[in-house]
Design a protein around this ligand. Structure first.
Ligand SMILES: Cc1cc2nc3c(=O)[nH]c(=O)nc-3n(C[C@H](O)[C@H](O)[C@H](O)COP(=O)(O)OP(=O)(O)OC[C@H]3O[C@@H](n4cnc5c(N)ncnc54)[C@H](O)[C@@H]3O)c2cc1C
Length: 452
C-alpha cells in the first residue's frame, strides 16, 4: 500500500473537492484521525467531499495509487474504525449533511450520510414521525456511521437496530462502482439485499453517501420507570418475567451497583446499595400503557420504583443514562470498554464472571448498558495499567463467549476487537468474510487492517 506524503497529490484531491475542502495541516489532521478508542496514525490528508461524484473520484484516485481510505462520520466509534492510517486519506462526510426528503405518504426518509441521528429525530418529530434507532451517541453520531456499525440504543429491545429500518442506499464501493438501491419500497426481494451488505461494514466495503429508512408514527405516551433492585435473585428473573407478562417495554437499560451508588448522590430517584438499577420505558396509547405499567408495578413490589410520564423528567433520565460513559471516564485516567452481548438468561452469570475478575486482579470494573437485549458495556478503569491487563481483557471476552455471547453487540470490531475474531469464527468463516470484502474492494484500499 502506498504511503502518501502531506503534500503529495494535494493538487489531485483539491481538484476534486476544492482546496478549502482539504486539510493537510498536521495539527488539524490529528483531530480527524481518532475516534473514542484514541489509537490512531496521522493521515496525509482529510477530504470533505460534497456529493457522490466527488466521493467516486477520490476512491478512483486512491485505487489507482493504492492509497488507504478511512471513511469518517463523526468519529464517535469506540473500536478505532475511524482511526487514521498513516499516509492515507480520511474521507469525512461532514458536508453530506442534508435530509433530502421526508416522504410522509410512504413513511420514509431519504438522507445524506453525514446527517446526525439526533437532528434527524428532531426534524421527524415535527411531522409526528419516529425513527427508532437511538444510540446514546445519537446527538453526536451520523446516520452513515450508524449504518456502518449497525448502531442501536435503548429502544432496540422493542424496535430493533439501524438494519431494521434501512431499505435503500447509495454508496461507492472500494472498486469505485456506484451501488444504488433507491426505490421507495418497503418490500422488495428482487436481489441480494445490497443495502444490508453495508450494515456493520465499518467502512471496509465502500462509502455510503445516502440512505433510505422506514419510519413509524411517534408514540402517544411514554412512561419511564426507574427500578432499584435490591436482590440478585429478583434481577435474575426480571427479564423473563417482563417478557412473559407482556410488559412489552421499549427499553430496558441496566446500571450496576457501583455506578448507581454514584448516580444516587445526584438523582433522588435512584436508590443506594441496589444490586442493580433498571430504566424501563413503556410507550403506546394511554390505556394500553397504563395497564402495562400496572403489570410492571405488580412484578416489582419488593423494589423501590419511581415512575414518570412527564416529558422533561423522562428526557432527564435518558440524558443521565447517555452520560454514564463520560461520567465514569472522569473517575480514572484510563478506561478500556467492551460491549459484549450475552443471551438474556445469562446476564446475571456474566455479572458474576466480572465480579470474579474484579476480585482476582484487584481492578475496578463498572458495567451498564442495554440489558433488555443482552448487550452490556463493561468498563475496566485504572490509572496505571495493571501488569496482567491482557489477561483481564481476555477473561472478559472469553467469559462472554463461554456463555454463548459475542465480543461485540454494537461497537464493532475496528482495531480493538480484531484479535478476538478468531474466538468466534473458524478459519473458513473468516475466509468467506474476506472474500466478501475482496468482491467490493479488490485493491484493499477501504479501511485496511480493520474489521476483518
Ligand atoms: C458516548 C457514546 C455513546 C455511544 N452509545 C452507543 C449506543 O448506545 N449504541 C451504539 O450502537 N453505539 C454507541 N456508540 C458508538 C458510536 O457512536 C456508534 O458506533 C456510531 O454509529 C458511530 O457513528 P459516527 O458517525 O461517529 O461514525 P465514526 O466513528 O466516524 O465511524 C464508525 C465506522 O463507520 C465507518 N463509516 C462512517 N461513516 C461512513 C460512511 N458514510 N460510509 C461508510 N462507512 C462509514 C467508519 O469508517 C468507521 O469504521 C457510542 C459512542 C459514544 C462516544
Amino acid at each position: 500500500m502506498k504511503i502518501l506524503n502531506m503534500n503529495d497529490h494535494l493538487d489531485e484531491i483539491s481538484s476534486i473537492v476544492g482546496r478549502s475542502n482539504c486539510l493537510v495541516d498536521e495539527r488539524l489532521l490529528k483531530y480527524f484521525s481518532y475516534d473514542n478508542l484514541r489509537e490512531y496514525e496521522v493521515p496525509a490528508i482529510v477530504a470533505f467531499p460534497g456529493n457522490l461524484k466527488e466521493v467516486k473520484k477520490i476512491i478512483n484516485f486512491a485505487k489507482r495509487c493504492k492509497i488507504p481510505i478511512v471513511p469518517r462520520g463523526a468519529g464517535t466509534g469506540r473500536t478505532g474504525g475511524a482511526s487514521g492510517i498513516k499516509g492515507g486519506i480520511v474521507v469525512s462526510t461532514i458536508r453530506l449533511n442534508k435530509i433530502i426528503d421526508i416522504d410522509e405518504k410512504n413513511r420514509l426518509v431519504i438522507t445524506e450520510s453525514g446527517v446526525l441521528n439526533g437532528d434527524l429525530q428532531d426534524k421527524l418529530k415535527e411531522f409526528n414521525l419516529f425513527y427508532p434507532p437511538d444510540p446514546a451517541s445519537m446527538y453526536i453520531s451520523t446516520i452513515g456511521g450508524n449504518i456502518a456499525e449497525n448502531a442501536g440504543g435503548p429502544r432496540a429491545v422493542k424496535y430493533g437496530l439501524t438494519s431494521n429500518y434501512l431499505i435503500g442506499i447509495k454508496a461507492i464501493t472500494g472498486n469505485g462502482e456506484i451501488i444504488k438501491k433507491d426505490r421507495l419500497l418497503l418490500k422488495d426481494v428482487s436481489s441480494y439485499n445490497l443495502p444490508q451488505f453495508f450494515v456493520s461494514s465499518e467502512g471496509t466495503l465502500g462509502i455510503i453517501t445516502e440512505s433510505i429508512h422506514r419510519l413509524l408514527n411517534l408514540p402517544d405516551k411514554v412512561f419511564m420507570a426507574v427500578i432499584s433492585i435490591k436482590k440478585e435473585k429478583l434481577f435474575e428473573n426480571m427479564f423473563y418475567n417482563i417478557i412473559k407478562n407482556n410488559v412489552n417495554p421499549m427499553s430496558v437499560e441496566f446500571i450496576d451497583e457501583k455506578i448507581s451508588n454514584l448516580l444516587a448522590e445526584k438523582y433522588g430517584f435512584i436508590k443506594r446499595d441496589s444490586y442493580a438499577v433498571l430504566l424501563i420505558e413503556i410507550e403506546g396509547d394511554e390505556r394500553d400503557v397504563n395497564s402495562r405499567i400496572q403489570t410492571l408495578k405488580n412484578m416489582v413490589k419488593d423494589c423501590e420504583v419511581y415512575i414518570s410520564d412527564q416529558e422533561e423528567n423522562v428526557e432527564e433520565i435518558r440524558q443521565m443514562r447517555r452520560n454514564i460513559s463520560s461520567f465514569i471516564s472522569a473517575l480514572y485516567t484510563n478506561k478500556s470498554s467492551f460491549d459484549i452481548s450475552v443471551p438474556l438468561d445469562k446476564i446475571s452469570k456474566m455479572l458474576l464472571v466480572l465480579k470474579k475478575i474484579e476480585k482476582r486482579y484487584n481492578i475496578d470494573i463498572r458495567s451498564f448498558g442495554h440489558a433488555g437485549d443482552g448487550n452490556l458495556h463493561v468498563n475496566v478503569l485504572y490509572n496505571e495499567k495493571p501488569l496482567l491487563f491482557a489477561d483481564i481483557e481476555d477473561g472478559i471476552i472469553r467469559g462472554a463467549i463461554g456463555l454463548g455471547g459475542s465480543i461485540t453487540g454494537e461497537h464493532g470490531i475496528g482495531i480493538k476487537n480484531l484479535k478476538y475474531l478468531k474466538y468466534m469464527y473458524s478459519n473458513n468463516d473468516i475466509k468467506i468474510l474476506k472474500g466478501i470484502k475482496h468482491h467490493f474492494d479488490q485493491s484493499n484500499i477501504m479501511n485496511p487492517g480493520k474489521k476483518i
